[in-house]
Design a protein around this ligand. Structure first.
Ligand SMILES: *Cc1c(COP(=O)(O)O)cnc(C)c1O
Length: 382
């Protein structure tokens, strides 16, 4: 039953009926008064979601566009940047930085481990000539299911006093607390197909006053992603180019749903689902990939030491119509990842756990009593 397929990958995430219906309309003119009202409304709600009074700009493009925009609008050729890399996305921001001729120093941690805030403190403290212009890092590292301590690392950036923080919050925004103004995060990027519960195609970049100051000096080449033009048009409730009009309809509906649920409840739901998923996997006898205490609220990565994770994923998809994510690069076959980001309820978690147990059983790989995982999840959720 392909049309009943449930996505439990870390993006695209499931889309609520209300949002699909909002999306399924004729587009309207993107310079019309009606559309301006939608831009105005969504911009206000985006500021609410980002917990900021600063700018939140909407780009038609995937999450990578928002991150790239953050980097190329605040930095200049040859600038020294400190990049955190403990997975596929950390790796990507190193590549983007190098592609634009930035002078990149990398702070690494092995896959599954969090970035060590001390390494950032040390590198920034040793930078007495204040050469670092930015610290670029990923909050929730989707490839490994690790949440990095963005608050602590950002604090070290603040103590440095010159660099800005450019944070990939693509799978943390709308899943856990990212209070932009309170923490003083300078640039924050996110994408529509994750916590926003809408299809892929829009991305968002939040910029504070310090980020705009850096923007004035930035000389990296840009045209489509020149955020100054987005800011100017956003002030007039418009866009520099033709945006994905229908995705704006969807965004409007999704943000309304998020507002109705409220930030506290949204974060609590993700935290509960993380807890239930982690406990269930342990009860099944599987090991978590992320270090203890560093599991992402959006995704749980699970080790499969004595079998190929791809075999399990295939059965779960064909028999239970649930799509789980696999491991990337050298982790392919060695882990599987359960997305619990966005439009996910308790039933989804229980069902996924039961499907994992039943599939392991059919592969003769179940060590513990069948149902132990469901029982552990139910205990957390009840
Ligand atoms: C999904 C994701 C992105 C954005 O990827 P796109 O495919 O460009 O939307 C960036 N960072 C993280 C951590 C992600 O999970």
């Amino acid at each position: 039953m392909q049309e009943k397929l449930t996505l439990m990958i870390p993006g695209p995430t499931p889309v609520p009926e209300k949002v699909l219906q909002a999306f399924a309309k004729h587009p309207i003119g993107h310079r019309s008064k009606e559309f301006q009202a939608i831009v105005q409304r969504t911009t206000e709600k985006l500021k609410w979601l980002h917990q900021t009074k600063g700018d939140v700009l909407t780009i038609t493009g995937s999450g990578t566009a928002a991150m790239e925009a953050g980097i190329i609008n605040t930095l200049s050729k040859g600038d020294k940047v400190l990049c955190g890399d403990n997975g596929k996305f950390g790796e990507r921001w190193v590549k983007v930085s190098k592609a634009y001729g930035l002078n990149v120093e990398v702070v690494k941690a092995k896959w599954g481990a969090p970035l060590n805030p001390e390494s950032f403190r040390k590198a920034l403290q040793e930078d007495i000539n204040k050469e670092f212009k930015a610290v670029i890092l990923t909050h929730s590292e989707t490839s490994t299911g690790v949440i990095n301590d963005l608050e602590a690392i950002n604090q070290h950036v603040k103590e440095h006093g010159h660099a800005i923080t450019i944070a990939d919050c693509v799978t943390s925004l709308g899943a856990c607390n990212v209070p932009i103004d309170e923490w003083g995060l300078d640039v924050v990027a996110s994408g529509s197909q994750k916590g926003y519960m809408i299809p892929p195609g829009l991305s968002f970049v939040a910029m504070n006053r310090r980020a705009w100051e850096a923007q004035k000096k930035s000389d990296l080449p840009k045209f489509y992603l020149d955020l100054n033009t987005y800011r100017k048009t956003c002030d007039k409730n418009s866009n520099p180019f033709t945006p994905s009009v229908n995705l704006y309809f969807a965004l409007d509906a999704a943000l309304e749903m998020m507002e109705a649920e409220g930030l506290t409840k949204i974060f609590a739901r993700h935290s509960r689902h993380r807890q239930a998923t982690q406990q269930a996997m342990k009860a099944i006898g599987l090991e978590l990939f992320a270090d203890d205490g560093y599991g992402s609220p959006a995704i749980t990565a699970v080790k499969t030491e004595n079998f190929d994770a791809e075999d399990l994923r295939k059965i779960i998809k064909s028999k239970f119509d649930i799509l789980l994510a696999g491991g990337q690069d050298h982790m392919k076959g060695k882990i599987f990842r359960i997305g619990h980001l966005g439009y996910v309820n308790d039933r989804d978690i229980i069902t996924a756990v039961a499907a994992i147990e039943a599939s392991l059983d059919s592969l003769n790989l179940l060590k513990n009593q069948i149902g132990a995982g469901v029982a552990a999840a139910a205990k957390v959720l009840s």
